[in-house]
Ligand binder design. Structure first.
Ligand SMILES: Cc1cc2nc3c(=O)[nH]c(=O)nc-3n(C[C@H](O)[C@H](O)[C@H](O)COP(=O)(O)OP(=O)(O)OC[C@H]3O[C@@H](n4cnc5c(N)ncnc54)[C@H](O)[C@@H]3O)c2cc1C
Length: 468
């Protein structure tokens, strides 16, 4: 019977474990937290948007980084397979606006319970409060354990093995720079199992790394999988927070705090870098005490986060507050409003055009006094108001950090991974699934589906390898 070890009890890990166990493998899952699915619990504002009920092309269109890597695994286990899987496990689902799929109970805890029950039924042994410290790799090399003790064998372990992780040098001899690089490049071969934080070695025929990324680290995603990958000589692209709000100012210096809580619906936005358009979208955004957030801004972050993190340069965001109106139509609207309220102050007249919180900011940016009567507004002032209504300038200073990011952009380089099996091309017996991979998508249930799909592929291949 093949022994499969899964590192991480999130979406990808639980799906990998169920899949491998159903195929007859002896599966052990290690989760460092006190419970399974800690991140799943907070998804979809506690309701868990488990997947999206779209067609395959739409699904792939919503994957931002490395969509093509998913073709093969998605072909074997897609969003509808996940839908059926959950319903077969007794979880009723409902499809909402934007084809988002939620449990009918609106409780993410029901998704976790469903996955846990599926693991139990399939015979997965899962252990909480159990952090994996490092991978146990071939070729043989003198092991260095966390506290310097000698390695204790697991139940049927081989005397051969090497503990391959930069973490393994934490309390042992430290290696740096070139030496570390040379050390890493030697770690090719096969993965023989894992070493737990307590020093215990657990042998396995296959190890699936499903440790998540770096977002919301309090849920357990602290980047351990990247270290495991690097220690196995694999490449990891730099990680940045994505699906994340921005620190921002309106114009050059008006604090967004003035508009805190203001939600703008049906606006069109663009983010560009000089002449190059980086993002354009239509929908809803929100002003916060620090900057801008909401669905449009989260999507925009997916397209610009890497660039912002690479060069640290602010980017201009331009908001069209009235995208349904041409400039001429908007001018005609202004003229109507100004005529109807000819003797009223502009601060009151503009209340018919913009949300009340926005009025003082629009007046300031257009240089019109709030106390001036509508009939006194000059053509030039009206033109200026038109300009900023169609092109409200906001400066995106930087993205917020990982603690506020829904997903990590970057991760284990996908060309190092076989896209059908999720096995490392460099290290036999070592598999990766979920957010630890350099794959990320927009909101809408797509990121969880990436975890289910890649988890399924890894579990399937890990259980079957060498048996077909
Ligand atoms: C606030 C928020 C809301 C979200 N909402 C949605 C949504 O509604 N729909 C959607 O599609 N996506 C959503 N996402 C994204 C989604 O949660 C992730 O894409 C998904 O959880 C990734 O699954 P994963 O299994 O790869 O990683 P994780 O869910 O992060 O699981 C990794 C697990 O590995 C464990 N682990 C890590 N290192 C070790 C170690 N060394 N030893 C043992 N265990 C370890 C961690 O404790 C963790 O439990 C949301 C994310 C956030 C932060």
């Amino acid at each position: 019977m093949r022994k499969v070890v899964v590192i991480g009890g999130g979406a990808a890990g639980m799906m990998a474990a169920v899949t491998a166990a159903r195929l007859g493998a002896s599966v052990t899952l290690f989760e460092k937290n006190e419970k399974l699915g800690k991140k799943l619990y907070i998804t979809g504002k506690g309701r868990c948007n488990v997947t999206n009920a779209c067609d395959a092309d739409t699904f792939i269109d919503h994957v931002v980084t490395n969509p093509r890597f998913l073709y093969s695994s998605f072909g074997k286990f897609n969003n509808w397979d996940m839908y059926d899987f959950l319903e077969q496990q007794g979880l009723s689902l409902q499809i909402e606006r934007g084809d988002r799929v939620f449990p009918a109970s609106n409780k993410s805890s029901d998704v976790i319970r469903t996955m846990q029950n599926a693991m139990d039924r399939a015979g997965v042994q899962w252990h909480l409060h159990t952090a994996v410290h490092s991978l146990w790799m071939e070729p043989w090399k003198e092991p260095v354990l966390p506290d310097g003790q000698s390695a204790e064998e697991g139940t049927s372990g081989s005397p051969e093995g090497v503990i391959a992780s930069e973490k393994s040098t934490r309390k042992g001899r430290k290696i740096h720079g070139r030496e570390a690089h040379a050390e890493k490049s030697r770690y090719t071969g096969a993965c023989r199992g894992v070493v737990l934080e307590n020093g215990k070695k657990i042998p396995a025929d296959a190890v699936i790394v499903a440790t998540g990324g770096l977002s919301y680290p309090t849920t357990g995603s602290t980047g351990d999988g990247y270290e495991f990958a690097r220690s196995a000589g694999m490449e990891v692209t730099p990680c940045c927070p994505s699906l994340v709000p921005f620190d921002a100012v309106i114009g050059e210096n008006i604090l967004c705090r003035e508009l805190q809580g203001l939600s703008l619906r049906n606006v069109a936005v663009t983010v560009s870098d000089e002449a190059k358009l980086l993002y354009s979208g239509f929908g809803e955004m929100l002003f916060t005490h620090f900057g801008v957030s909401g669905p449009l801004m989260l999507s925009a972050s997916s397209e610009v986060t890497r660039q912002m993190h690479q060069n640290g340069k602010p980017l201009p965001l331009v908001i069209d507050l009235k995208p349904a109106l041409s400039r001429q139509q908007l001018d005609a609207r202004f003229l109507r409003e100004f005529k109807a309220g000819a003797n009223r102050h502009m601060k009151n007249v503009l209340g018919a055009v913009y949300p009340s919180k926005l009025v003082p900011v629009m007046l300031r940016l257009s240089g019109i006094s709030p106390e001036v009567c509508a009939r006194e507004v000059t053509r030039g002032e009206r033109e200026k108001l038109l300009d900023i209504t169609k092109n409200l300038p906001v400066t995106l200073l930087r993205t917020r950090g990982f603690s506020e990011a829904i997903i990590t952009q970057g991760g284990v380089v996908v060309r190092e991974i076989d896209p059908a099996s999720m096995e490392s091309r460099r290290v036999s017996g070592l598999y990766f699934a979920g957010e630890v991979l350099d794959v990320d998508a927009y909101t809408g249930g797509f990121n969880l589906q990436v975890a289910w799909t890649t988890g399924y592929a890894a579990g399937n291949a890990a259980a079957k390898k060498g048996t077909e």
